[in-house]
Design a protein around this ligand. Sequence first.
Ligand code: NAD
Ligand code: GLY
Length: 362
Amino acid sequence: MRKVKVRLGTNSYDIHIGSGLLTQTGHQLKENGFVNKLVIITNPTVKGLYGDALKQNLITEGFKVTILQVPEGEEQKSLDAAGSLYGELTDFYAERITPILALGGGVIGDLAGFVAATYLRGVPLIQIPTTLLAQVDSSIGGKVAVNHGQLKNKIGAFYQPRLVISDISTLTTLPTKVLIDGLAEVIKSAVIGDKDFFAFLEKNLNKVKSLNVEVLEEVVSQSAKIKAEIVEKDETDLGLRSILNYGHTVGHAIESTSNFKVQHGEAVAIGMLAEASISNKLGILNKDELIRLKSVIKRAELPTQMPNLEVENIIQAIEHDKKVLRGKIRFVLPQSIGSVFITDEVSLSLVEEALIGEDEAT
Ligand code: NAD
Ligand code: GLY
């Protein structure tokens, strides 16, 4: 098992990464001082795959356990779903010391995390992420939220977990589409933070796709380390943390323009390429590195071509964000693989040029 530490003073915690950790959870929780009862929040898919085994392990270790289920889907990140969970926690007589275990992908992690942050003004949260995206990104750093109307993550908090348990073997049951969505965030981590990790991905991408557990363990560990270091420097997202949004300025605009038909990871992949191309056009990122990035994205089976959307509409969506951000639109651009910078000096005509001419990277 590997450990990555997130150093945040009294809110510090460990991320445990390894294969088969799920069935050692009870022991780990006792080591961390938890006793008596606890609550697992999950969805039917993950419960069927892992919830019952986890529950059994916890019961064997002497815990009183209840599993609360929310249906599948992003729409469950809602105040209504949180409200139902508050009721069920009350029925279970959950106390301020009763931990909530968030077992699932980013949807469950964000919702259960929001409930943990707010129920009784905060109960301990244990993240047990089971998707690649959740293991490398959403379970780390304490952002918990629900959506409000059409607005994503509008109501939330910074609420750090007490422990993150990333069992690599859970990734072996992921549908390919979900795995590949997470791969976009892995590539993002390497581009923003570690050129050697990028080289590792170039070498081992096929093993990631074939779910080689050792390679996945390295991928999750390296990505977690990169995110942990950023969160340690800027826990509440006032500056540096925004580099985690590399690929997302253009990516979000593509997602919303497509009415969310383009998946998040796909949109981020196109966004990463467009933003790398902007950097290249500004004379910063060299062509060879742009080509390396395009090649990794392609090999990950993520799109490198713009979807069938009007570039004009994507620019409009970026401009809409600009209004929301008081006239400044921030871009995170790679200066080289492994290092990025933040700028609000990118003209929309250059973005348009990058989106239209993004094919030049071949
Ligand atoms: P998800 O939670 O919807 O999971 C994707 C699908 O995989 C679901 O159908 C789920 O039931 C299934 N699943 C989960 N684990 C499985 C397993 N081991 N085997 C088989 N199927 C499994 O999607 P996601 O990509 O994990 O998370 C997306 C969410 O994460 C979004 O709501 C996004 O806003 C949020 N997010 C949050 C942060 C943060 O910092 N808090 C960061 C990035 C994304
Ligand atoms: N996923 C972006 C962040 O955690 O800040």
